[in-house]
Design a protein around this ligand. Structure first.
Ligand SMILES: Cc1cc2nc3c(=O)[nH]c(=O)nc-3n(C[C@H](O)[C@H](O)[C@H](O)COP(=O)(O)OP(=O)(O)OC[C@H]3O[C@@H](n4cnc5c(N)ncnc54)[C@H](O)[C@@H]3O)c2cc1C
Length: 495
């Protein structure tokens, strides 16, 4: 029937897209993608803005060599770079008291060395990112060269890097992040902050479907997508899976690729799967972390920040007096903010990140309150009056029911329970050990958990497994066999 398919993919984010593209490319056309939202892209969410698109979700291609997105598409796309890796950093104190920039630079260098250049040491460390940092940062401070640096400033710098790590991973504390597992992840080299300039991250879908660079190669993933299809249950037996949607529709499939976010899986795994999932998978679902990151964009009629290309952000170190003064007030949420940074391709925008879980009310805040509070902090730190933003954009990832947060994280609980993304990726098999349900998405890919490139690779992996087990593979195999025969036939003709 119309709703009977070889493959049903749940979710039209980057992992669902890449799984579908790989299947179509290999001759498996009988697929449908069920997407709960009324849009595609998932946590890649580029929204129109002025002459281009800004990204409410994924914004940067992190790394060059080792990043499948950069490696595949950089020949055809001229990536921008926000420049965090090679910027000049100037530190402001929250109360506007000027700081010794030699001291802040020395401390910042030490902190970066401990956090980002010590993976060979970190991979043998059983504790958290936080305890690793405290141990080796404190040790570094014992060096003679820090003799004149005030301890209070060293502590402020530690607090800044704690916040920075949390905003990078969407965590509430770096003591929740497993140093060892994070350090054991795949390595990428090159710039960490490449952007899609004004085109937005959504451009990646044009490359995945091969609309770019050559439209004649287009793999028609889009016509397979059905929007507003929230999957509520997947029941699987020996041969088939039956997929039920909230609107009452039902689909049957030989194979299912489940790509909904780790937050969705964690919230609904009990009702989503019949029969219940294996214990080990449940252990992984419950103990792999899931972050909660929110973003804002402030637009100004005229930029008031430096136009020097090496300037990337206002970096704020909170003073203890300000922390005490703001705590308990309706501005307390600002304590989660340490930087307002420029947005590549949009000279009139400043952006900031917040760890949503720390600021439960964030999603109820009006744009006006967010803007007013941010301007209060900027004016206080810079000691000057500044123009008002003319526009505010903000995200609500935590409460959006098809995401329930930002991205997954290999936490101390993950380490303690001995589970990993491999356990999440493990398919569900029938009694003949034929896989029926595959799991893809950023949380399932060990090497680059949390990132778009990990999500993309996971989609390809699931599709390749389906191809290996299905006619699609035989088709591919037959195709190659015919090519080999033709090749030898042409040789013998020449001979
Ligand atoms: C604020 C933020 C900033 C980020 N920044 C970066 C960055 O700079 N660089 C980077 O590499 N990564 C970044 N990420 C992470 C990146 O966006 C994700 O890793 C990646 O997009 C996840 O893709 P996915 O296919 O695994 O999941 P998703 O994109 O979440 O796709 C899953 C799809 O499933 C749908 N779905 C959910 N439940 C159901 C259901 N019941 N039925 C049907 N469909 C359902 C969802 O609507 C969604 O479209 C960021 C994420 C966020 C939130």
């Amino acid at each position: 029937s119309e709703n009977r398919h070889k493959v049903v993919i749940i979710g039209a984010g980057i992992s669902g897209y890449s799984a579908a593209a790989r299947l179509i490319e290999n001759g498996v056309e009988d697929i449908v993608i069920l997407e709960a939202e009324n849009r595609t892209g998932g946590r890649i969410h580029s929204v129109p803005y002025r002459d281009g698109f800004i990204d409410l979700g994924a914004q940067w291609v992190h790394g060059q060599d080792g990043n499948i997105i950069y490696e595949r598409f950089s020949n055809y796309f001229d990536f921008g770079d926000t420049g965090f890796d090679f910027a000049d950093y100037y530190f402001h104190q929250s109360d506007g008291v000027s700081l010794n920039q030699n001291h802040t630079t020395m401390l910042d260098n030490l902190a970066n060395e401990v956090l980002w250049n010590s993976f060979d040491r970190m991979v043998h460390y059983g504790g958290s990112f936080g305890s690793f940092f405290e141990r080796f940062y404190t040790k570094g401070l014992m060096n003679q060269k820090f003799i004149n640096v005030p301890w209070a400033l060293a502590h402020q710098m530690q607090d800044y890097h704690h916040n920075r790590v949390n905003t990078y991973f969407g965590t509430t504390s770096w003591f929740d992040i497993s140093a060892q597992i994070m350090a054991a992840q795949g390595t990428k080299t090159g710039s960490n902050w490449l952007t899609w300039r004004q085109s937005g991250y959504k451009t990646v879908f044009d490359f995945i479907t091969k609309k770019l660079p050559d439209p004649s190669q287009y793999l028609d993933v889009e016509s397979k997508i059905q929007l507003n299809k929230e999957v509520t249950n997947i029941a699987w037996g020996d041969n088939l899976a039956i997929i039920k949607c909230a609107d009452g529709s039902e689909y049957t499939a030989d194979y299912v690729v489940f790509t909904a976010s780790h937050g969705v899986l964690r919230a609904h795994y009990e009702s989503l799967f019949t029969p219940k999932l294996p214990d080990r998978k449940i252990l992984a679902i419950e103990n792999i972390g899931y972050g909660s990151l929110e973003k804002i964009f402030l637009e100004f009629a005229i930029p008031f920040w430096p136009t020097d290309p090496n300037w990337v952000q206002y970096t704020i170190l909170w003073s203890q007096e300000d922390i005490n003064a703001v705590t308990g007030t309706d501005r307390e949420w600002l304590l989660d903010t340490r930087a307002f940074f420029k947005v590549d391709g949009f000279p009139n925008l400043l952006s900031a990140f917040f760890i949503g879980a720390n600021i439960k009310d964030f999603e109820q805040f009006t744009g006006e309150k967010i803007a007013n509070d941010c301007m209060w902090l900027l004016e206080r730190s810079l000691r000057k009056s500044l123009p008002r933003p003319i526009n505010v954009q903000r995200t609500q990832w935590i409460t959006e029911k098809n995401f329930l947060g930002s991205y997954s994280i290999l936490s101390m609980d993950t380490a303690r329970n001995g589970v990993s993304p491999f356990d999440l990726a493990e398919p569900l098999f029938n009694s003949n050990r034929r896989p029926i349900i595959f799991f893809a998405g950023e949380a399932t890919y060990f090497a680059f958990t949390g990132y778009t490139d990990g999500a993309m690779a996971s989609g390809y992996l699931a599709a390749d497994e389906i191809l290996r087990h299905s006619h699609g593979n035989r088709n591919t195999f037959h195709k190659y066999l015919s090519l080999i025969i033709l090749f030898y036939a042409s040789l013998s003709i020449k001979i």
